[in-house]
Design a protein around this ligand. Structure first.
Ligand code: NCD
Ligand code: ZN
Ligand code: ZN
Ligand code: ZN
Length: 356
């Protein structure tokens, strides 16, 4: 079965400042092994991507080492709204953390939030980490300013209900859901292990999980929120939140297709068509993924490309395997082997990328 090149609109590459967790070469190897040919990278690196200098450096690192296509988000602080607006054309989008998560970025006061929504040019999404009532804050800002809002990792029943209501009102709101929120709940936390199960937003209830499945029609994207931290860090005294996800997402979702919980075209819409439309991404020629829907996989039983080296889905048996990934006519992955070299990916915001 052949799928178009899949796009993950929410990944953390950890370069600079966290290369022991992941860098562009290892993270994009994980992307290709998982069937993704493009990734949009979050700005919560060390230092974070919050001005022109850090943005230029982040893009240079990606150009030098990425093995698949890429684009870089810029991150909001309480005083950088006017500095970010000129970078919008070259950015994947603007990222605002309304709630605390991993890294220093957070904007929770209304004044700076409104400034960001007002200053950011209309053509690129504003992606937000917002939990609970903060989702309503973000939706209100999108309604008041007309800016396109993209809600990251929606995980709870009340949140997806509000997304539905906002869409029914015609507001410029889109959202993504992670595989871990579709396939894991707080009931799995004990089996995953203390520390390892830490993630923001936290694993929700089985009822929340069911609500996501019941509202698939308002979920625009599946995004991994690939948030690599090492096993030692996750099992240490101060476990950082986050799960690696690039190499497990497609097998899990293909298994859901086989089980009849999801249509294949629903999957392709949320991993390819909708990401392209929402983020205005070009379609690289001759770029595709060959998958085997019948092949059995035990997640975590084979070596992973991510430097995180572990998965919260370890031991889960599914069917659905990535066989071969071709990017712009070149074989990038085949049967477990990464063939694409660091630096072979393109920045999708470069003008040349849209010409193929
Ligand atoms: C993410 C990380 O580690 O960068 N962690 C997480 O638990 N999701 C940050 C984020 O996406 O909120
Ligand atoms: Zn987040
Ligand atoms: Zn994230
Ligand atoms: Zn299609």
């Amino acid at each position: 079965m052949r799928l178009p090149g899949l796009i993950d609109v929410h990944v953390h590459m950890r370069e600079p400042g966290g290369e022991h967790k992941e860098d562009w070469a290892s993270g994009t190897a994980a992307a290709l092994a998982g069937g993704f040919t493009a990734v949009l990278a979050m700005p919560n690196t060390r230092p974070p991507v919050v001005d022109e200098e850090s943005f230029v450096q982040a893009r240079a690192a990606a150009r030098a080492r990425a093995r698949c296509d890429h684009a870089q988000y810029v991150g909001a602080t309480s005083d950088n709204a006017s500095a970010l607006a000129p970078l919008a054309e070259q950015a994947a989008g603007l990222k605002i953390y309304l709630d605390p998560s991993y890294g220093p970025l957070r904007v929770d006061r209304l004044g700076p939030l409104h400034q960001h929504f007002a200053a950011w040019p209309g053509g690129r999404p504003i992606a937000v980490h917002a939990e609970g009532a903060a989702v309503a804050t973000a939706v209100g800002l999108a309604a008041a300013t007309g800016r396109p809002l993209h809600l990251c990792h929606v995980s709870r029943r009340e949140e997806i209900a509000l997304v539905r209501a906002a869409k029914e009102r015609g507001l410029p709101v889109t959202c993504e859901v992670t595989p871990h929120n579709l396939f894991l709940s707080e009931r799995d936390a004990r089996a995953i292990g203390r520390g390892l199960c830490e993630v923001r937003p936290p694993l929700a209830t089985p009822a929340d999980c069911a609500a996501l499945w019941d509202n698939l029609d308002v979920i625009d994207c599946f995004a991994t929120d690939h948030a690599p931290h090492t096993y030692a860090e996750k099992t240490g005294a101060q476990p950082p939140p986050g799960f690696p996800g690039l190499e497990t997402a497609l097998p899990l979702l293909l298994n859901a297709v086989r089980e009849g919980r999801l249509g294949l075209e629903d999957l392709v819409a949320r991993l390819h068509h909708n990401p392209r439309r929402i983020f205005g991404l070009p379609l690289p020629p001759d770029t595709f993924v060959d998958v085997d829907l019948a092949a059995a996989v035990e997640l975590g039983s084979e070596p992973l490309q991510t430097r995180a080296g572990w998965t919260p889905f370890a031991g889960l048996k599914v069917r659905g395997r990535v066989r071969r990934v071709v990017v712009r006519g070149r074989e990038a992955f085949r049967d477990g082997e990464i063939l694409a070299l660091p630096g072979s990916g393109r920045d999708l915001r470069d003008a040349a990328a849209s010409r193929g």
